[in-house]
Design a protein around this ligand. Structure first.
Ligand code: ATP
Ligand code: MG
Length: 741
């Protein structure tokens, strides 16, 4: 019989070690292995194997995944492997499974069957009520902070009566334990529970009603757990109770991917597995099937900097592939721009968007990308949008309207500055960007300033001036006319309607219809502002159409997933590693951050890009940032470092747009101090525009016009008599004192 089972065809798709993990169905098995070695695949195949070999019924397996999405995918896979429809599996997250059990026995813990699970907002609201009732100052003790204490206790399986008073000393004026107790009472009164309670109530039921526990122990003859390194104590206790009778438990995990310490995960769970389950079979997988050589080596090299790890060997039979691209850019907007461009390039090479992901460290980072992708028309999830608003002509029209509404809308400006074509080319744009960055002003403002100088060719300057006049005129009208009228005027006068009318392509009529439909949609709102607000909200709605959309998500939620190309932006000190982790947990925090970086890199099959920006706006303030220490920890031979310097100084214009620096050069440059702030190229030719730096009579050099003498100074605008080019108006950032050349 066993021999027969071992011949099941699905085993042919596994390597020897994986096979061993799949067919060892009795007793405890721990698969401890690095990223992409097929741990999740082992669980999936094991599930199918148990069923196909007749060892287990479909509903006798309890399988725990880390996310609902992972559960969904696993179910899909199992269905294919066993080739028949399956329903009602006990396959899901700890929360989902525990909730299902709790519904069957809710009355035991004082809940009704149809209890509500409160989301985080409701939890905070409830706690606030209690705090106010107890006269505890929310200013001093924010509800969110106190709630996280309560949650951590729940993660550890501690009910109020189990928390040692020592731990609560001084918290919430010494009342936190009472508050925890009151919070639990309030929840019951509301027939509700929070996420932590799901497990806690389960434990309560199992520990106090052995008959019920026995029932489940009997039902779940096999238990399997993915991402075991991120289980917390409550989850661990739950598993142990369910498994203790038969001991048939198979856990898979990777200590290097433990990234939920901040949420109560206990990496020790995986480390002491063999103690908990004596005679456990520990299987190590070493063949990575996911990533190319350079990517795997980069990830391995980085994680090797962690001290607290078991350490493991990983190899791949895949080719070396491309090196990990590490790119330094001027600021976070530029980062989003370049990532957008690269994604478009990948798309042109046939890469589907569904195979591309942008993985951020912190939630706030997504906005920049969302806006950028919206502007470019790249479909993205998890935050997708209505199709209508995704259409090119609608986005163009919206950009016009946004610019009319707000001159400082740089993304809108960028999108339509030369749409339809009006003779404003790349050179003009580059000047505008540069000035905007140097002066920290909007593109529109920069364009206004430039149009009044001789920096641009006369034709370009004229085109720019006309465009700006148009915008100003529309803005004035917008103050008087209904917004739908304005929209019509803008689309007509900008030449945009015409642009589609004259377009011979078969989809042009449809696009004109869409534009009319846009005006219809606008009529539902009182004014332009409300309408634009609506559009941005609609864009945020979750889109259920998951096909071929780019994914933007946090690194934490990317665990277990894989993509052909992965973008990892924001590798800057303070952001990644995140300052809070460092402040709160020191070295341990840093190592968890590094594991997060390891998770990020190992999501990539073929291409991985690490980005860092030298300037980033944090809470509305521009801040200079230093590249993440993780960048220096990446093994030199597997990484290409590029520093994009096109925006640092106009002096670079004659050079190639991108300067590529290999890490060795970078390190040398750093030694020679030609790099400042860790990365920024210190170029004696760059200087900030100091007001009053230029005075009449001073000799200066301009990249295009050569040497000359300042004849008039007006703010940052200079009149210069150039030796060869004659009298010109220029902007002070574009010249340097002649003696500094
Ligand atoms: P992570 O640590 O990131 O969760 P993992 O160890 O769970 O990774 P899987 O996601 O199961 O790894 O597998 C990684 C990739 O390798 C998947 O695309 C999977 O289909 C493939 N793979 C795994 N094992 C094999 C195998 N024996 N033959 C071919 N492909 C495999
Ligand atoms: Mg996995």
């Amino acid at each position: 019989m066993i021999l027969e089972q071992n011949k099941l065809p699905l085993l042919d798709y596994l390597n020897e070690k994986q096979k061993q993990a799949v067919v060892s169905t009795k007793g405890a098995v721990l698969v401890l292995a690095g990223a992409g070695t097929g741990k999740t695949r082992v669980l999936t195949y094991r599930f199918a194997y148990l069923v196909l070999s007749g060892q287990s019924g479909l509903h006798q397996i309890l399988a725990v995944t880390f996310t609902n999405k992972a559960a969904f995918e696993m179910k899909d896979r199992i269905t294919k492997l066993i080739n028949r429809p399956i329903e009602g599996l006990w396959l899901g997250t700890f929360h989902a499974l525990a909730a299902r059990i709790l519904r069957n026995h809710a009355e035991i813990v004082g809940l009704e069957k149809k209890f509500t699970i409160l989301d985080i907002d409701d939890q905070v609201r409830l706690l606030k009520q209690i705090l106010s009732h107890e006269n505890i100052s929310e200013k001093k003790w924010p509800a969110k902070v106190l709630l996280s204490y309560i949650q951590r206790w729940k993660d550890r399986g501690l009910k109020p009566n189990m928390v040692s008073p020592e731990e609560t000393k001084g918290l919430a004026d010494g009342k936190l334990l009472d508050i925890y107790q009151l919070y639990q009472e309030r929840l019951l009164a509301l027939n509700a529970c929070d996420f932590g309670d799901l497990l806690l109530h389960n434990l309560d039921i199992f520990q106090n009603h052995s008959d019920i526990l026995k029932r489940y122990q009997h039902q779940f003859r096999y238990i399997m757990v993915d991402e075991y390194q991120d289980t917390n104590t409550a989850q661990y206790l739950w598993l142990r109770l369910l498994a203790q009778e038969h001991g048939n438990i198979c856990c898979v995990g990777d200590d290097d991917q433990s990234i939920y310490g901040w949420r109560g995960a206990e990496i020790t769970n995986i480390l002491k597995f063999e103690k908990d389950f004596p005679n456990a079979d520990v299987i190590r997988l070493e063949n990575n099937y996911r990533s190319t050589g350079h990517i795997l080596a980069t990830a391995s090299g980085l994680i090797a900097h962690n001290k607290a790890r078991l350490g493991k060997i990983l190899y791949t039979e895949a080719e070396l592939g491309e090196k990990v691209q590490t790119v330094g850019v001027w600021d976070s907007q530029e980062e989003a721009r370049q990532i957008g461009e690269e994604i478009e390039a990948l798309q042109r090479h046939g890469q589907s968007l569904g195979d591309i992901a942008v993985l951020v460290r912190a939630g706030f980072q997504t906005r920049e990308f969302e806006e950028r992708f919206l502007t470019l028309g790249l479909k993205y999830r998890v935050i997708g949008g209505l199709r209508f608003y995704e259409r090119q002509e609608i986005r163009d029209a919206l950009s016009y309207l946004r610019l009319v509404h707000k001159s400082s809308d740089d993304l809108a400006f960028e999108r339509i500055i030369n749409v339809p074509k009006r003779g404003i080319g790349d050179t003009t744009l580059r000047h505008i960007y540069m000035l905007a960055r140097l002066e920290n002003i909007s593109l529109m403002r920069a364009a206004e300033q430039l149009s009044k100088t001789d920096e641009l060719k006369p034709a370009a300057a004229r085109a720019l001036e006309n465009f700006l006049k148009d915008i100003n005129r529309w803005q004035e009208k917008a103050a008087q006319l209904p917004h739908t009228e304005i929209a019509k005027i803008v689309l007509d006068e900008s030449g945009y309607t015409n642009f589609w009318q004259a377009n011979p392509s078969p989809d042009a009529p449809g696009r004109l219809e869409n534009l009319r439909e846009l005006i219809t949609a606008m009529a539902n709102f009182e004014n332009l502002e409300q309408f634009l607000e609506h559009v941005s909200l609609v864009m945020e709605n979750d889109n259920t159409e998951l096909q071929d959309m780019l994914s933007i998500m946090t690194l934490h939620s990317a665990k277990g997933l894989e993509f052909n190309a992965v973008f990892l932006p924001g590798w800057e000190e303070g952001l990644f590693p995140h300052q809070r982790s460092l402040d709160e947990n020191g070295i341990a925090g840093l190592e968890e951050e590094r594991r997060l970086a390891y998770v990020g890199i190992t999501r990539a099959r073929q291409k991985a890009y690490v980005f860092f920006a030298l300037n980033r706006r944090v809470h509305g303030q521009w801040q200079t940032s230093i590249p993440s220490r993780f960048i220096e920890e990446l093994p030199t031979q597997n990484v290409d470092i590029k520093i994009q310097d096109q925006f640092y100084t106009p002096m670079y214009e004659h050079k190639e747009q991108h300067q590529t620096m290999v890490l060795a050069d970078y390190q040398q440059a750093k030694k020679n101090k030609t790099i400042k702030g860790n990365f920024l190229i210190e170029n004696p030719d760059i200087f900030e525009n100091e007001t009053g730096q230029y005075t009449t009579g001073m000799r200066v050099f301009h990249q295009k016009f050569g040497y000359g003498m300042v004849t008039m100074v007006e703010g940052n605008k200079l009149d210069i008599m150039f030796d060869k080019a004659g009298s010109k108006k220029v902007i002070s950032n574009f010249v340097i004192p002649a003696d500094k050349v």
